[in-house]
Design a protein around this ligand. Structure first.
Ligand SMILES: *Cc1c(COP(=O)(O)O)cnc(C)c1O
Length: 355
């Protein structure tokens, strides 16, 4: 195969594509045949390469394993109506990757490496992109401090990798969430806005406690007063209150979700009122009592929208009304799907066509 970019490709002689049951995809079960790898050392980025997906060999003193200098991204490629492949909002994801890396004092892979590398990777593994509606190729770019040295220091070496895998459409059943007022995910001045490893490991314990009580996820509150809703930890939090789409404003303790941004933009395009403003627990309780809250949902790349059926606030379960396909979150999700598949006009230039 002729290369369209300068990125060398070493083909995987042992394709696992035949082992994939595309009729029974599971999130996180399959990885595609190839990955992009690019190393940083001695102050510069080496040549990026597409190579067979394989294990890594790590020195036990690898800095990332001890001090958590590691950042990831999560995005998706879709098959469009006309069969072309679309990497959705690639540039916005690159921008967020850079912001996260910057906060973690890590080297920044040049935009060409990220974009051209990802394009080449998807081109090589295009047979892995599922074609049914809502299904996607999940894309996981990440980077870690690869220098081997003990002692706390900013690493001088990094490895940047992108791997992918086909994932199903997640028509999740509405979830139950608990508003967390004891533990915190992120504080002002901290790393909450960065997609860095430690934010997630630190959230496991309180999330585990909530699961034991029968909840699927937490709704984190602000670290200072535990009074305002922040987000859900892998998803941003959105509500429909008094007929308006409401979501907490971005801050350094809330991740700038691409799905959140897309849904706000699409709501605006379709003429639905949307507000980015603080949402207090008190406001939610009052809205439940007055029945002015009609929807609550998480927004993130994996599920796009995850409708919420109940929210536990200070020990009381408040239930949302049943949803239909006329619910706002479903209308927004459908519109996003139309844009991604090339059926609706891509006025914001979100689609990045592979070929
Ligand atoms: C990734 C993530 C989200 C969702 O972001 P998307 O870009 O929409 O996938 C929300 N919150 C946190 C903490 C995240 O890591």
């Amino acid at each position: 195969m002729e290369l369209t970019t300068g990125i060398p490709v070493r083909k995987n002689p042992y394709s696992k594509l035949k082992e994939v049951d595309f009729n029974n995809l599971e999130f996180g079960k399959y990885v595609s045949d190839h990955m992009l790898v690019c190393d940083y050392a001695n102050g510069s980025w080496k040549t990026a390469q597409v190579v067979p997906y394989s294990n890594l060999s790590l020195n036990p003193a690898t800095l990332a394993l001890h001090y958590g200098q590691t950042v990831f991204e999560g995005m998706k490629a879709f098959t469009m109506k006309d069969g072309r492949i679309n990497i959705f909002r690639m540039e916005k994801h690159y921008g967020r990757f850079v912001q996260s890396l910057d906060r973690m004092c890590m080297a920044i892979p040049p935009k060409e490496v990220f974009i051209e590398g990802l394009m080449k990777l998807i081109e090589v593994d295009k047979a892995w992109v599922p074609s049914k509606s809502g299904e996607a190729l999940y894309i996981r770019p990440f980077m870690y401090a690869s220098e081997a040295k003990f002692g706390v220091k900013i690493s001088d070496e990094y490895r940047f990798i992108i791997f992918t895998g086909p994932v199903p459409s997640l028509y999740a059943n509405p979830i139950k969430v608990k508003v967390e007022t004891n533990y915190v995910r992120a504080a002002k001045g901290g790393t909450g806005f960065a997609k860095c490893g430690g934010n997630y490991g630190g959230a496991y314990y309180p999330t585990k406690l909530a699961r034991e009580q029968g909840y699927d996820q937490l709704l984190w509150t602000d670290a200072k007063e535990n009074k305002f809703i922040e987000e859900s930890g892998m998803m941003n939090a959105m509500f429909v209150i008094n007929g308006k789409l409401v979501t907490p404003p971005l801050s350094d303790s809330i991740l700038d979700g691409v799905t959140r941004d897309s849904l706000l933009t699409v709501a605006n395009d379709l003429g639905f009122a949307a507000e980015e403003r603080p949402v207090s627990i008190d406001e939610l309780e009052t809205a439940f009592k007055n029945k002015t809250i009609t929807e609550a949902f998480g927004a993130g790349t994996a599920a796009v929208v995850a409708p919420i059926q109940a929210i536990n606030i200070n020990g009381i379960d408040y239930t949302l009304p049943a949803y239909s396909n006329q619910s706002l979150h479903n209308k927004l999700k459908d519109e996003l799907e139309l844009i991604r598949t090339g059926v609706a006009a891509d006025v914001h230039e979100w689609n990045c066509i592979v070929r």
